[in-house]
Design a protein around this ligand. Structure first.
Ligand code: ADP
Ligand code: MG
Length: 701
């Protein structure tokens, strides 16, 4: 039998089938439960009144108490939008309440000289403070619903608002729901946790999150709901990891032998401390008898490829093959070349397989893979095709993880009877809290040290109007023998415009840097693979001075002679993307520069991003700031990571401490009772299953 929370939302009084359809299409709300767990994103303190004299545009939503002294209908001709203005006074001053919609209703219902409570956000209109579309209530006006000192404000959408489902209506519907579910909510956390952790029981928490009777009760409700949300995620992830370790044996690589040593002994430089540490961590996994699933994070240029190679050679030393998978053809090619360099003169055999590998070569590779004579295979997605078969694949490296889905990873697992060890590498550092949630079932290693002798890239921010100066600087650099990237944004939604910008930009560049003195290459997604490769080669070989490109070059490309990265419309890029792009320069011995070009008018957020970029080159600092500025939902990598995080109440940017706390708690519980089979943990076990089945269900639907 369906519980009350599983009831279709259309049965909630005030909803009905049409609004139910809208709630689903706009906010994915299907059931009473979905609606109940749609929490206010903000609260207004209904006990606090401001006086009109105090009002300024920096205040959030505020409440005033006073009377309407005069009304006026303004405009209506083509030139001006019709608006209804009510002059509202509380004795300390008068403020304009402005309405563009619902004018007729206002005209009919608003009464002069009657006390009202006005509620809204002060805004600036031509230097004067006003409030647009405030809520207006009579003080004792029981509008139904539940009175609470803090009033919840719900996120709505334009379509919902147009259909009578604005934040206000949400509040009323929540009150209807509260009446229906009263006494029917069952606790989802075991009693021992509630008392040990001093958590508010669920029914109360769900009540006070919608209708807080005080700030203190609201804080407790929020804490309880966040706790539960994060706790079950961590419990689930840690349990999954335990199960995997239990049920997935790993090949045992106990020796470090000739292949490893041959390469290691001829390295042109010593490993950094961080590289050594990470190799030790991985070696430990490879000897453990359990399958390794490790995430390797490290800034661009920190030397992850070499770490991957050395570990792959350990697999070879134990009679297994290894594969290294990159997200693009160019990257695969570069990995292949740098690996070929490192192992030159040894008897280690490495092959390259991409979409454009010729059939004949493919055939040869295929034979060598099957008879085991090929030790290492570097490639793109082409690697996971079922036709690619290994004699004995034991170690897989996936570079730039976020471009691969879970399913693609799973196909690699199936390339041997027993899954190979997996090392996932990413150059987009992920803040710890996010990593714990996204990759909570993986072990994490970090390379937090760059090879010595690298000069940090100098980052400068210029507005449009300094373009000539920037061109001058580019000419100096070219004269000194260096190469330059000029990158344009490419955002799906505005693709057409973006290509236009790119083409205009290319023209401007070729005018300012005319051939034959200067050669400018161009690479973007609309070109044929052949043309792309040709222009890419021009730049890689040092023949082209400038490379104009879309953000496709963001990952990979190693041209140590390129010392300048000019990023056009930099305000349109996210922080981690900017950081990635910057990582394309600063790879050689010369001083490198990253130039951020932006429009003059910048949002506060963009300004913050530019300031951060010019002040730090530490990827982790940037990732952390990115999380703070944008919130986890928008972080690069989260959508494609294969583990969607839809947090209803927690916020990874601010709840890091709570997250650490619940993770260690979950870990303690699992240490004592790995199967969660004890009486005490019965609720945890059943709730976890329930959450999992809900997640599976939502993936299907
Ligand atoms: P990542 O993949 O982490 O961005 P790479 O593996 O491409 O970094 O390394 C960047 C460059 O640094 C490569 O040219 C590589 O040969 C070089 N490198 C790697 N490790 C070291 C080291 N310990 N000392 C000096 N150079 C190194
Ligand atoms: Mg790399």
């Amino acid at each position: 039998m369906a519980t009350v929370l599983e009831q279709d939302i259309k049965y909630l009084p005030g909803v009905g089938p049409r609004r139910a359809g809208l709630l689903f299409s706009e906010l994915n709300i299907k059931t009473f439960g979905d609606f109940l767990y749609t929490f206010p994103f903000r609260y207004i303190d209904r006990t606090k009144f401001y006086s009109v004299r105090e009002v300024n545009v920096d205040l959030p939503y505020i409440q005033l108490r006073g009377k309407i002294v005069r009304v006026e209908l303004i405009g209506g001709a083509q030139t001006r939008r019709k608006r209804f203005v009510a002059y509202f006074s509380d004795g300390t001053g008068t403020i304009e309440l402005v309405f563009f919609q619902g004018i007729k209703w206002m005209q009919e219902h608003l009464k002069m000289g009657v006390e009202y409570i006005v509620f809204g956000k002060p805004t600036d209109f031509r230097g004067k403070v006003n409030i647009v579309h405030p809520e207006i209530d009579e003080p004792s006006g029981e509008k139904g619903g539940i009175q609470s000192s803090m009033q919840g404000v719900y996120r709505s959408t334009e379509i919902l608002r147009d259909n009578g489902l604005g934040p206000r209506a949400f509040l009323k519907l929540q009150a209807n729901l509260a009446a229906i579910i009263a006494g029917k909510i069952t606790e989802t956390l075991p009693a021992f946790l509630l008392s040990e952790q001093r958590l508010m029981p669920l029914p109360e928490a769900l009540y006070h999150i919608h209708f807080p009777q005080s700030a203190e009760l609201l804080a407790q409700a929020r804490h309880r709901l966040k706790f539960e949300e994060l706790f079950y995620i961590q419990l689930g992830l840690l349990k999954q990891r335990l199960v995997r370790m239990d049920t997935t044996p790993g090949f045992v690589f106990s020796t470090v032998g000739d292949y490893f040593n041959a390469c290691y002994n001829q390295l042109p430089f010593p490993l950094t401390g961080a590289q050594k540490r990470v190799i030790r961590e991985i070696r430990k996994d490879l000897r453990s008898g359990k399958q390794m699933n490790r995430l390797l994070q490290g800034d661009v240029g920190s030397g992850k490829t070499l770490v991957a190679l050395l570990c792959a050679l350990i697999a070879n030393d134990n009679g297994y093959q290894a594969a290294i998978m990159a997200p693009t053809e160019i990257l695969a090619q570069q990995h292949y070349e740098s690996i070929a360099n490192f192992i030159e003169g040894t008897n280690i055999r490495v092959g390259l397989l991409t979409g454009s590998t010729k059939k004949k070569d493919r055939q040869a590779l295929s034979e060598q893979l099957l008879d085991g004579s090929l030790h290492l295979l570097v490639g793109t997605h082409a690697l996971i095709e079922d036709t690619v078969q290994f004699k004995n694949l034991g170690f897989v490296v996936i570079d730039e993880q976020h471009r691969f889905g879970v399913e693609q990873r799973a196909r690699l697992w199936r390339k041997n009877e027993q899954p190979p060890h997996v090392l996932v590498m990413t150059a987009t550092p992920i803040p710890r809290t996010l990593a714990m949630t996204l990759y909570g079932d993986l072990d994490v290693s970090v390379i937090d040290e760059l090879p010595p002798g690298r000069q940090p890239v100098k980052t400068l921010h210029f507005y449009e109007n300094k373009r000539l100066r920037v061109f001058g600087f580019m000419k100096e650099q070219i004269k000194a023998g260096r190469q330059i990237y000029v990158v344009y944004p490419l955002i799906k939604e505005s693709e057409k415009m973006d290509y236009q910008n790119l083409e205009d930009g290319y023209e401007t560049i070729t005018q300012a840097f005319p051939p034959p003195e200067y050669l400018t290459a161009i690479v973007h997604g609309k070109m044929t693979a052949e043309n792309k490769a040709a222009d890419m080669q021009l730049f890689v070989k040092g023949k082209a001075h400038i490379m104009v490109a879309t953000s496709v070059i963001e990952v990979g490309v190693n041209v140590p002679n390129a010392t300048v990265m000019v990023i056009e419309s930099a305000e349109r890029f996210g922080l981690s993307q900017l950081h990635q792009l910057r990582g394309r320069v600063g790879r050689g011995a010369e001083q490198s520069y990253c130039i951020l070009m932006t429009a003059y008018e910048l949002s506060t957020e963009s300004r913050k991003r530019m300031a951060l970029m010019t002040s730090t080159s530490n990827g982790f600092e940037i990732a952390e700031a990115d999380l703070q500025i944008r919130g986890p939902g928008d972080m690069e990598g989260t959508q494609q990571s294969g583990m969607p995080i839809s947090l209803k109440i927690s916020d990874l940017a601010h709840d890091g401490q709570l997250l650490e706390h619940v993770r260690s708690l979950a870990s303690t519980i699992l240490n004592q009772d790995p199967d969660l089979s004890s009486e005490k943990n019965a609720l945890l076990c059943s709730r976890l299953k329930q959450i999992k089945s809900m997640a599976d269900y939502s993936e299907i639907s």
